[in-house]
Write a protein that binds this ligand. Structure first.
Ligand code: ADP
Length: 257
């Protein structure tokens, strides 16, 4: 029995080792593929706005568009939109770079989340490219200990996503309240395209995007929710999602307080 038991154990160990190696290789392959996608995406996202703004500036300087106020106005607003996109992108990448170097330091201070959220909502209403209907339910007197800069970025990312991953229009409900466990909970709920069950854990991983076939119709880098999770965890909090495809998603963030 001893010999057989030993062989079985050995076989088991070898198989286990092999499976572990295989899964490591598979994971690495996936990560390198994902990185390739990221670089392709990034190259496109950086070059397109730069080319557009260059063309608009050239048209105004050399092709007389400056003398045609209506044309000039069009070129200027195109340039402005593209520059806004570029600066959003640069901000996201910088946030990740900061996180990568472990220098994401959280400086909590007492903040009124109602004010923070209302500012962000106004900003989104100004730049929205489709009808967005916001409902906000946060007591104006609520005060929470958090890093306003990073948690502001977090809520911003969640609103951005709610708008991006929806159809022609979207309703977004943002609710915040203290709970009985000495914490504060914020939910951002949308009625957008939703997330299939099997991807709901992965969306918080770096570079992960829900696959949609060959070309992703909605641009992004899979970094936003990774940053969200880092910020929430550095606060000692938690982030979770509940979602149903074609119905919508609800991101729920909990911070100890
Ligand atoms: P990005 O939007 O740049 O791809 P994120 O890390 O913010 O990166 O999101 C990761 C993925 O999670 C997205 O690509 C998308 O597939 C999915 N996702 C995030 N938020 C939502 C949402 N509100 N509704 C549906 N899908 C979402």
């Amino acid at each position: 029995g001893g010999l057989l038991g030993g062989s079985v154990l050995l076989l088991g160990l070898t198989t286990g080792c092999f499976l572990l190696m295989l899964s490591t290789i598979l994971k690495q392959k996936k990560l390198s593929e994902v990185k390739n996608d990221f670089i392709n995406n990034m190259t496109h996202e950086l070059k397109t706005p730069l080319a557009t703004v260059s063309a608009a500036v050239e048209a105004m300087q050399h092709f007389g568009a400056l003398n045609d106020p209506q044309k000039a106005q069009t070129y200027l607003s195109i340039s402005r939109n593209e520059l806004q996109r570029l600066s959003d992108l640069v901000e996201k990448v910088l946030n990740i770079a900061v996180e990568e170097r472990q220098t994401l330091t959280i400086n909590p201070e007492p903040v009124r989340p109602a004010e923070l959220v209302s500012e962000l909502v106004t900003r989104h209403q100004l730049k929205a490219t489709k009808p967005v209907h916001f409902t906000v339910d946060i007591a104006p007197s609520d005060s929470v200990h958090l890093d306003p800069l990073h948690v502001g970025n977090v809520i911003n990312n969640l609103i951005d996503n709610a708008i991006k991953y929806s159809r022609e229009q979207v309703s977004i409900a943002i609710r915040g309240h203290h709970d009985d466990n000495g914490g504060w909970r914020l939910t951002v709920q949308d009625d957008g395209i939703g997330i299939p069950k099997n991807y709901q854990d992965a969306i918080f991983d770096r570079f992960f995007r829900v696959p949609t076939g060959n070309l992703h119709p909605i641009k992004g880098f899979g970094l936003g929710l990774y940053y969200v999770r880092q910020v929430v965890e550095r606060h000692g909090g938690r982030i979770a999602v509940r979602s149903e495809p074609n119905r919508g998603s609800e991101f729920s963030l909990w911070l100890p307080n």
